[in-house]
Design a binder for this molecule. Structure first.
Ligand SMILES: [Zn+2]
Length: 316
């Protein structure tokens, strides 16, 4: 066990998504993305399929495992042509997911990083956008571009509701106590508001295929990796009904990161391992991933949630 971890979970046997104690120690994972440290212990819930970290991260560990160059904190204006184009395509896809459900109003993006998604929404319609971000450098970048971004985290923020849309892109997997946090977020929704979130799919074919090297696990930063069933149970306990957003969700970025993890684990030459995340290699992966996505769904879950009893199936 790393010195930055404490085995102090009140009950490491209990699933943080559904409370079941029908769980098994399952995977010992390594931080291939940044520190190469490990192993980090994860258990799998036999009832809902969630995979979760069984050792708590200390404040010192947060500093250590979220390095300054952590991808979400980087200024997207500095991207090159290929990465920049892929980034804009991804943002446009997020915007369309929102527009399917709601055409304007007050929108909060939690974990907004440098604010790329907020700027994309602002450019497309009558949205009053606000961000919440815990990284000070990212907050400064976002504010410098004219956005209203609050510094802080969900548990302690004094943000006032009610939001027509709240988004959590690649955030919920980072939360130690997802139920407390999701309840708080649900309280910020307008009566008719939507919560949209994206997170790696623990039940995906890609997760099975790459095993412990799958980039969707990203230990120790990802605390809980959900299946759709796990998210549904968690949402219901927070007073939310949940639907999967239809259509394939891109999996090529996770595939190329996973290939790099695999290369590092097998001690391939450094240049060969790093070349797996080159934008051109990601583009080369795209057709195969699109094919898999079409057959069996993507490597990520994108879901829409609303207060229980307020709506019928939005995609029915
Ligand atoms: Zn569970």
């Amino acid at each position: 066990m790393s010195m930055f971890l404490t085995p102090s979970y009140p009950n490491a046997k209990q699933c943080p998504a559904c409370d079941s104690d029908n769980t098994d120690a399952e995977l010992a994972l390594y931080d291939w993305a940044y520190t190469r440290e490990g192993p980090f212990a994860y258990s799998r819930c036999n009832d809902c399929g969630a995979l979760y970290a069984t050792e708590e991260l200390s404040p010192a560990a947060l500093e250590r495992y979220y390095p300054r160059h952590y991808a979400a904190y980087v200024d997207d204006a500095a991207f090159g042509l290929i990465r920049g184009t892929a980034h804009r395509v991804g943002m446009a896809k997020r915007c369309r997911t929102i527009e399917q459900l709601c055409q304007g109003g007050r929108l909060l993006d939690i974990g907004c990083g440098a604010g790329a998604f907020l700027r994309a929404m602002q450019a497309r319609g009558p949205w009053n956008v606000i961000g919440l971000e815990r990284d000070q450098k990212a907050v400064k970048l976002a504010r410098d571009s004219g956005l209203d971004v609050h510094w802080g985290d969900i548990a302690t923020s004094n943000l006032a509701g009610a939001f027509d849309v709240i988004t959590l892109w690649d955030v919920i997997e980072h939360l130690e106590r997802p139920r407390d946090i999701l309840r708080r977020i649900a309280g910020w929704l307008a009566v008719d508001g939507w919560l949209i979130l994206r997170t790696p799919d623990a039940a995906s074919r890609q997760a099975r295929w790459f095993g412990a090297r799958w980039a969707g696990y990203d230990p120790p930063r990802h605390r809980v990796i959900y299946s759709f069933g796990a998210l549904e149970i968690l949402a219901r306990r927070c007073g939310l009904a949940l639907w999967q957003v239809p259509g394939p969700q891109g999996s090529s970025a996770l595939a190329s990161l996973s290939m790099r993890n695999l290369a590092l684990a097998h001690e391939w030459p450094h240049w060969l391992a790093e070349s797996q995340i080159h934008p051109l290699v990601q583009i080369a992966w795209w057709p195969a991933c699109a094919f898999w996505d079409a057959i069996e769904g993507g490597a990520e879950l994108v879901v829409a949630a609303k207060r229980l009893g307020t709506t019928n199936h939005p995609y029915g």
